[in-house]
Design a protein. Structure first.
Length: 183
């Protein structure tokens, strides 16, 4: 048994760091969400930020967009030309994706500043891509409403998860300290 632990130590350390950091970040995020009153259907601050930035980008592209909090659920309705298009809910803020990204980078951590810098840059990139993803989803639904399920359920999740996967590959191959040792 001891031989297996020694042989697979790098993998076990990776798993331990990944699951511990993921669990810690999920708990912190849940504490953040708990400060909003679910009974009053309050929308969390990050979801509001994403909704407002989505609105700003849509209006920059000359769409007559408006945001309306929904009284029956913690979400924000986006309307374009007074027609409801999408609801932005807590799951749309990409925090869970950012947590997954961060846990992976921590599990493959290198030097602190390099790791921290890559995490911050990655989170910012994911956030920007997420806002653009929602904007493009809205534009797609307006122009191709018959493809709403395909756009929302397949195409746009593929874009954001594919981007995170590319960030992971970039980290492991270019920035992480073990990659440099093995070259």
């Amino acid at each position: 048994m001891k031989d297996y632990l020694i042989k697979y130590r790098p993998f076990l350390v990776f798993l331990g760091k990944f699951f511990l950091s993921y669990l810690l970040l999920i708990v912190i995020y849940q504490l953040f969400l708990n400060q909003y009153d679910a009974e009053k259907f309050e929308t969390d601050g990050m979801t509001q930020l994403v909704a407002h930035q989505t609105h700003d980008v849509l209006t920059a592209f000359d769409y007559n967009a408006k945001l309306m909090p929904l009284p029956e659920e913690p979400s924000i309705l986006v309307t374009v030309d007074r027609k409801p298009v999408v609801r932005i809910i807590e799951g749309c803020n990409a925090i869970s994706i950012m947590i997954l990204f961060t846990a992976f980078i921590i599990a493959f951590s290198g030097k602190f500043l390099r790791t921290f810098g890559f995490i911050i840059a990655g989170i910012l990139a994911i956030h920007i891509l997420n806002v653009l993803r929602i904007v493009l989803l809205i534009i797609g639904i307006i122009n191709y409403p018959e493809y709403e399920d395909l756009l929302h359920g397949v195409i746009f999740p593929l874009i954001i998860y594919g981007f995170v996967f590319l960030l992971w590959i970039l980290w492991v191959n270019k920035f992480q300290h073990h990659a440099k040792k093995n070259n």
